[in-house]
Design a protein around this ligand. Structure first.
Ligand SMILES: CCCCCCCCCC/C=C/CC(=O)SCCNC(=O)CCNC(=O)[C@H](O)C(C)(C)COP(=O)(O)OP(=O)(O)OC[C@H]1O[C@@H](n2cnc3c(N)ncnc32)[C@H](O)[C@@H]1OP(=O)(O)O
Length: 280
């Protein structure tokens, strides 16, 4: 908390610096006038989150923090998919060293995004199942385009959403709705998501979403950044601390979980069903 306070006080005195962290999987651009960064996920066809994409995103978030970013818009280069969630191939017959690196990077990406000192908006311009929904939930504000689906559907895949996935959802929609959403693994339509507060606004186009995102950032023009950041930390800090404390324990459980032959069989069948869908 104290460190964050010092960092946020520094925001008041340091001028904004421009920088570039664009990589092949995450394009980063900075609006010179507003200082707002846009990170665009660009891993066709569905922005599934593999180790390489997560590493780029994680580094981008670290750089934005270091450079005292004014804000971040997280979006997708696809017109139909924000992110299909974790790359299922990272969990299918995995190389265990890579698998551990993959989860460690996912955990750190979440810590950086959920706990960022700068304001964050997800422009959800396509489907956002599972890990895709987690990315959106980790932002402070979600603007979604119509006619897509979003949710933590892990139970439908025979998996369990980790506690910090659940905490991110609880932070947005409360305990009751989170329990219902998680046990059913529901994927919400955009309108259903709006109704329960899973997204904050529904729009018809990406341009409209970007305009609304600008209005969200404008709200902070007259708010001292340190007060904003400390308030966010007071609300989200406990969730982050819970993961920091249980990181190793979680990794041990995940390692045992992923090596279960029945789970591997289920993942194989799920991958097959996704492929079959394409052949229809
Ligand atoms: C304390 C610890 C206790 C234990 C805790 C256990 C922890 C386990 C945690 C598990 C957490 C999981 C979180 C996840 O994110 S799992 C991933 C879940 N994601 C999904 O189910 C989404 C699957 N995809 C879709 O529904 C659709 O693809 C789409 C996103 C709606 C897009 O549809 P569209 O029609 O445009 O595209 P296609 O379906 O035709 O897909 C195109 C190709 O992309 C491949 N694909 C899709 N999704 C994924 C994915 N997530 N990973 C890898 N590959 C994916 C698909 O197979 C097609 O490939 P092809 O062209 O080769 O056929």
């Amino acid at each position: 908390m104290a460190l964050r306070a010092v960092r946020s006080l520094a925001i008041l005195s340091n001028p904004l610096r421009t920088y570039s962290t664009s990589g092949p999987l995450v394009n980063v651009s900075i609006n010179e006038k507003t200082g707002i960064a846009t990170a665009t996920l660009q891993r066709p066809p569905v922005n599934s989150l593999n180790l390489e994409l997560l590493t780029e995103l994680c580094t981008t978030l670290e750089q934005l923090e270091k450079n005292k970013s004014r804000g971040l818009i997280l979006t997708s280069s696809s017109n139909t998919v924000f992110s299909a969630g974790l790359d299922i191939y990272e969990m299918y017959k995995p190389n265990m060293d890579r698998y551990k690196q993959f989860w460690t990077t996912l955990q750190q990406t979440w810590i950086n995004l959920y706990g960022s000192s700068y304001p964050t908006v997800a422009v959800v311009n396509g489907h956002a199942p599972a890990g895709g929904c987690l990315l959106a939930l980790s932002c402070e504000y979600r603007i979604m385009l119509n006619n897509f689906t979003i949710g933590l559907n892990e139970t439908k895949l025979g998996m369990i959403a980790p506690t910090w996935f659940a905490a991110s959802m609880r932070n947005a929609i409360g305990t009751r709705q989170t329990e219902l959403a998680l046990i059913t693994g529901n994927l919400f339509t955009t309108d259903e998501a709006l109704k329960i507060g899973l997204v904050d606004e529904v729009v018809q186009s990406k341009n409209e979403a970007l305009e609304k995102a600008g209005k969200f950032f404008d709200k902070f023009k007259r708010i001292p950044p340190h007060a904003r950041t400390m308030t966010k930390t007071s609300l989200r800090g406990a969730d982050i601390q819970a993961l920091v404390k249980s990181r190793n324990e979680e990794m041990n459980k995940l390692t045992a979980f992923i090596n279960d032959p029945k789970l591997q069989e289920a993942i194989g069948m799920y991958l097959e069903s996704l492929k079959q869908k394409q052949n229809k």
